[in-house]
Design a binder for this molecule. Structure first.
Ligand code: SAM
Length: 240
């Protein structure tokens, strides 16, 4: 089986847009700032990384890796950083040339991007890749199918990642729910909640009513916060 690179259009400032989903990978108003506002601050990061021995972030939609690299950069600012496991799912991994072009827009992340580009060879199924001091666990395929590999019986499954996954913070980044309802599906969010530690959190840019209801049904207490770049609302949540 081979991976399927997405068809992209490039908007102003080299912002990639997936033709198939008619949506951009990050905000035209500033991808790095959006990631810091929505996904890091929305999950209480980088503050929650302080004093931890290990920390697990999980994400729906690896895309350009911008969220991953921004998290690595935040980790790099911490005195005694935790060991970071970053679990992400991606149905259409970018080709190396696409990834390179997308990440070119973020010179601040160069040191980390170069490491990712040097090892970027995603294969269908689970890929465990060392990037800097972090472990990237990338599931290439449909998140709705792959997530069941990460259950309590993980150790018994030959195809699953080696170490058990207990998620501290989720980045829910699956394109707009109207354009890609699959990644906001109630069953998928329930499976995400089951993998989350008590006190674990989620953050997302969407405040769509049905997504909020799915998150609540999955077991997260949710709260609306001001969104990025003039967006009225985003959503954060806690597994209490
Ligand atoms: C908004 S983009 C993610 C942006 C990314 N987090 C970043 O830092 O660049 C959404 C991603 O979800 C992926 N995706 C869409 N449906 C999926 C599915 N069913 N399973 C896994 N990934 C999916 C898309 O291919 C796309 O890369």
């Amino acid at each position: 089986m081979v991976t399927r690179a997405p068809q992209l259009e490039w908007l102003e400032g080299d912002v990639p847009k997936a033709t198939g989903f008619q949506d951009t990978y990050f905000s035209k108003a500033g991808g790095l700032e959006e990631t810091r506002h929505v996904f890091l601050a929305g999950n209480g990061l980088p503050e929650r990384l302080q004093g931890r021995e290990n920390f697990t972030v999980a994400e729906f939609g690896f895309g350009t890796g911008l969220n991953f690299l921004t998290t690595l950069a935040a980790l790099g600012e911490i005195k005694s950083p935790p060991e970071l496991s970053f679990v992400s799912f991606e149905l259409f991994p970018l080709a190396l040339s696409q990834l390179k072009r997308a990440l070119n827009a973020f010179p601040e992340l160069n040191a980390y991007s170069e490491e990712l580009l040097s090892v970027w060879q995603p294969e269908p199924g689970w890929n465990e890749i060392a990037v800097g001091s972090a472990k990237l666990v990338l599931g290439v395929g449909d998140a709705r199918e792959l997530i069941s590999d990460l259950s309590s019986t993980q150790g018994e499954k030959a195809c699953a990642p080696q170490d058990p996954i207990a998620v501290d913070a989720w980045y829910l980044d699956g394109f707009s729910p109207a354009r890609n309802p699959e990644l906001w599906d109630e069953g998928l969010l329930k499976a995400a909640a089951d993998l989350t530690v008590i006190g674990g959190t989620i953050a997302t840019y969407t405040a769509a009513g049905w997504v909020r209801r799915n998150l609540q049904a999955a077991g997260f207490q949710i709260e609306k916060k001001p969104g990025f770049a003039g967006k009225r609302e985003m959503v954060v949540g806690l597994k209490a």
